[in-house]
Design a protein around this ligand. Sequence first.
Ligand code: SF4
Length: 167
Amino acid sequence: VSAPLPFWRSKTLDAMTPAEWESLCDGCGRCCLHKLRDEDTGKLYFTEVACRLLDTATARCGDYANRASRVPDCVQLTPGKLRDIDWLPPTCGYRLVAEGRDLPWWHPLISGTRATVAQAGVSVAGRAVRERDAGDLEDHVARWPGQVPRRARPLPPITHKKQDNAA
Ligand code: SF4
């Protein structure tokens, strides 16, 4: 008898409980880095400058409960928003599951610890630049927040299509 599939493989994003949804976040902090978009071409550029609430030593939000009121453009992810967002990093747990991939070895739901997110080179802890130290964002454009670190490769293959994200 094979083991039942974990919730992220068996449920659609819309059917997950709030706790399941939250647990898809690996806490990497990459989405908390500022992005720039070229107004003419629409091209997206990642920077290594963190939101002012992010603790750059731990990659944790300094005020998670109140982040929406303290940083009005903080995006609180929902299944609906996920379909329209193009700036989540390729390692993001939400993006992986929405793409029909399994979670990788370093995701806390697989490894049982957040330490593996740093071991895989996915966490921004110790790597991001604090907003108050940054100056011009244009001076901090970086490719690594949009890339899969060598230690985090390969990402799991696409295994199935989700009904609610197939379009
Ligand atoms: S990029 Fe995805 S997995 Fe990483 S902190 Fe943001 S929501 Fe969580």
